[in-house]
Design a protein around this ligand. Structure first.
Ligand code: GCV
Length: 848
């Protein structure tokens, strides 16, 4: 008989080191001593010493046996694991027998020989101190997955790129921009927090997947981070906390700091006083953080100040910081390419936000100093569910670039929906940009060995871990952080293989769990794309508000440039050179030719590059664009409906606490996927006037909308109201209590075949109150609930009745007969007047 594993809160993430089943443990190397070589063994701040501690802790937990820590003088047996840098090995142990395996020739590389005999012990060698730590984590990962035995062959690895960083968008007040997992680990009340215990845990997680740098504050930066008190009392402590894990910290700068913090009259990058201010400030930063990673700068972007505000070029702006850093060490300036005009006029058909990065940066190739790296979001707009690769990655040669991904899921369900993003990143990294007509995979461009031979290139990702024990607000979202680190190390890795590793480490080595979690999460991105925006139209979320739920109309009619140009007959952006914005021409010749022609553009980017009628037939299926929209939205939402049941089968195989958290989120996701599907389908149905072949849109035969007058619906203390987003309510209308304080009652007389049904109630859960609801049948209570998702979900909430707040709750297996009266009593709270949309009476197994 198997027993349910003990509850966990998620803080240990994939470093739980759960005990292996006895039979697997019996086959694993029986290490009882970890010997750490070299001077670094005694330096608590060295990653080598950290590696020793991690191995002792990890092996003892995984194998359930005592493990001792030793040094070069300790005796060796076949149960000893010896670790150290290659230099320490060659001076203390002699050159390793495998001579110098090639991963050890590269920074951060490691070599592991787990075999041992009476004459030689198991070994982990690092090219350098960090390499030893990465080797230790690689050893522990294999051991924890039950994949290490005394017979295992030696192996090694080295990262492809030196830059493997995280950008946190943490504000000094403790909030996190686009954060859904609680408040900042780093800041609170305008300063660095006293308690940095979780920062240390974060550094462990980062190191365990090979991440080596973190920019700790929001790119919409607060200049006061650079004050001496902040550097001395705060930033220094963060750097000291993360250093033993080989994680260096960097800072995001506010371009206007000389004015706002320094009291100067200008922040002009060519002004002598400004240059002197940054020189002095950088000296101070290095005084407290001698191994500073560098600076990240968001300038002339979304209202942030920058060199263009002073009539200077972006390169002149970047080089100001580059010079200040160069005086000290190897610090890099990461200058973000996310520069665009957010007051763009849609009435000019040539205007295109997607063109901005190349327009602003390509002509400056070579004008940036050596220690500047241009940080490029993977797509031309902003982390949408589907975007082509940014053409800027093919347009800089002398100036280095790095790619920016987003773990934070801002436009991808905000860690309330489970969406595994590694398959998307894998597609981006495997895309061939055909620079100069030669193979140029994105992942090769981002390698020092790649076509442009950039020595400092690689990976950055926006991550929003917070103080929740889940880190990201959703246990399943952590697969993204894990996969990001592993892809940044080895960008040709397979998304599914990474996911399986993560599952074995995070949940269980049980094959059924691994298979079920893997298949569920691999279905999430296609499903999310299915119900949130297809054919390259982008994520059709509300871009004027929280970027979470649906609002197709919000894409157009404003200056943000995420346009779809949808009208009654056609939709999509014409980005061709021949008749459109010309964006397609920013790619190298062969790629540009593919995108220029709708006949060769892949269907999944059709509407990104072309403005076509709703009736345009797709190459892949022959369906019209509009029918594909309907079908894909229904199929995507239908896939999400399977998630709760697939997860339910894992009950008892993983711990109850984390199981229940995920079960709750997946049930919510299933309901919200229907909101997405219905809103988007209704919007285009209304705009195009074209019916769904399958007659599904606006034809919900199990639903009883409460705002639509009907002899079967009686409202008492409830009155109809327009929803803020018309397509997020049946007929655009919902009901809410007439009074701010008194309860209301909505009663429905049923006309059903006698039987057992699942009842679904669609209501709105806003941020402005926590209304209570009770559902009864003929006065017998079926269930009650509270509209308090703002406390339970973590995403950017809405104060209105719209596609963000619309949600569903089920009561299953209810016996009903014709004439039964189903009543919902809603009690308002705050400004939330217990709003309701409809009730669905569903034959068991049917989703309307
Ligand atoms: C930090 C998007 C987000 C902003 C973010 C910006 C950026 O526009 O909505 O919150 O600002 O990207 O990447 O700088």
């Amino acid at each position: 008989m198997t027993t349910t594993p003990p509850d966990e809160d998620g803080v240990a993430a994939w470093l739980r080191y759960a005990p292996l089943p006895a039979s697997t443990a019996a086959n694993s190397p029986a290490i009882d001593t970890v010997v750490v070589l070299g001077e670094e063994a005694r330096d608590e701040t060295s990653p080598v010493a950290t590696a020793g501690r991690e191995l002792v802790d990890g092996i003892s937990k995984i194998l359930g046996r005592a493990v001792a820590l030793g040094d070069a003088s300790s005796p060796r047996t076949s149960s000893t694991l010896v670790i150290g840098t290659r230099d320490a090995f060659s001076s203390l142990e002699g050159v390793p027998s495998s001579s110098s395996p090639s991963p050890l020739d590269h920074s951060d590389g490691y070599w592991i020989d787990p075999s041992s005999s009476s004459s030689s012990s198991a070994r982990i060698l690092g090219h350098d101190a960090r390499g030893v730590l990465y080797g230790a984590f690689a050893y522990l990962s294999k051991l924890a997955q039950g994949e290490l035995s005394v017979e295992s062959a030696a192996w090694g690895s080295a990262p492809q790129a030196p830059v493997r960083w995280i950008n946190q968008w943490d504000n000094m007040d403790g909030s996190i921009e686009r954060g859904y997992g609680g408040r900042s680990l780093f800041f609170e009340g305008g300063a660095v927090r006293d308690d940095l215990a979780r920062v240390k845990e974060y550094a462990r997680l980062m190191a365990s997947v090979g991440l080596n740098g973190i920019v700790i504050n929001n790119v919409n930066a607060n200049a006061s981070l650079l004050s001496e008190a902040s550097l001395r009392d705060g930033v220094k402590r963060v750097a000291d906390t993360m250093r033993p894990y080989g994680v260096r910290i960097g800072l995001a700068l506010n371009f206007d700091a000389p004015r706002t913090l320094g009291g100067l009259a200008t922040s002009d990058p060519l002004d002598a006083a400004v240059v002197e201010w940054w020189t002095r400030t950088t000296q101070l930063v290095y005084h407290y953080v001698p191994d500073l990673l560098g600076y990240t700068i968001k300038a002339n972007s979304e209202g942030q100040p920058g060199p263009l505000s002073y009539g200077r070029t972006l390169a002149e702006g970047a080089n100001l910081f580059a010079r200040a850093l160069a005086a000290h060490g190897d610090g890099l300036v990461f200058y973000r390419a996310f520069v665009y005009d957010h007051h763009l006029r849609e009435d000019n058909p040539k205007n295109d936000r997607a063109s901005a990065a190349v327009d602003f940066f390509a002509h400056l190739d070579g004008a940036f100093l050596d220690n500047v790296v241009v940080q490029v979001k993977f797509g031309p707009i902003d982390f949408q569910v589907r975007e082509p690769v940014s053409p800027l990655l093919a347009r800089l040669r002398k100036t280095k670039a790095a790619i920016e991904f987003m773990v934070a899921q801002e436009y991808m369900g905000q860690q309330t929906h489970a969406v595994y993003l590694a398959p998307q990143w894998q597609e981006v990294l495997s895309f061939d940009l055909r620079v100069d007509g030669k193979p140029s995979l994105v992942r090769d461009i981002l390698s020092p060995a790649g076509p442009f031979a950039w020595p400092t290139t690689g990976y950055t990702a926006v991550v929003n871990v917070g103080r929740d024990t889940t880190w990201l607000g959703h246990h399943l979202a952590m697969a993204n952080l894990y996969a990001y680190g592993r892809l940044a190390w080895a960008p040709a890795s397979d998304a599914r293989a990474l996911l399986d590793e993560w599952t074995r480490l995070t949940w269980s080595t049980d094959a059924e769990v691994v298979a079920a979690v893997g298949s569920l999460l691999m279905d999430t991105w296609p499903a999310y794309e299915g119900h949130s925006g297809n054919l390259g139209i982008q994520t059709l979320c509300d871009i004027l508000y929280t970027h979470y739920g649906p609002s197709p109309a919000s894409q157009d009619g404003n200056g943000w440039g995420q346009w779809t140009r949808a009208d009654a007959t056609a939709l999509g952006m014409d980005r061709t050179v021949a008749t459109g914005t010309g964006f397609a021409g920013q790619y190298p010749r062969e790629v540009a030719a593919v995108y220029e022609d709708p006949a060769t553009t892949p269907d999944n980017l059709l509407l990104w590059f072309h403005h076509v009628p709703y009736t345009h037939p797709l190459k892949s299926s022959g369906k019209t664009v509009i029918q594909h929209f309907y079908d894909a939205h229904y199929e995507g939402a239908a896939t999400v409906q399977t998630f709760p049941a697939r997860w339910a089968r894992l009950r008892g195989k993983v711990d109850d606490a984390r199981w229940a958290h995920v079960a709750f989120k997946l049930a919510y996701q299933a309901g919200h996927a229907l909101v997405w599907r219905d809103s988007v389908c209704r919007f285009y149905h209304a705009l195009s006037g074209i019916a769904d072949d399958k007659q599904r849109v606006n034809n919900y035969k199990h639903r009883i909308p409460l705002a639509v007058p009907s002899p079967n619906v009686r409202l008492d203390g409830y009155s109809p109201v327009d929803a803020r987003l018309p397509e997020a309510a049946s007929g655009g209308r919902a009901v809410q209590t007439a009074s701010m304080t008194a309860p209301g009652k909505a009663a429905v007389t049923l006309n059903v075949v006698d039987g057992v049904y699942d009842l679904a109630v669609n209501y709105y859960d806003t941020s402005v109150g926590r209304a209570r609801y009770t559902l009864s049948v003929n006065d017998a209570a079926v269930g009650s609930w509270q509209g308090n998702l703002q406390d339970r979900l973590g995403h950017d909430f809405s104060a209105f009745l719209d596609g963000h707040s619309a949600t569903r709750i089920y009561f299953r297996g209810v016996s009903l007969k014709t004439g039964d009266v189903l009543t919902i009593v809603g009690e308002p709270d705050g400004d939330e007047r217990a709003p309701l949309d409809y009730v669905s009476v569903l034959p068991v197994g049917v989703v309307d």
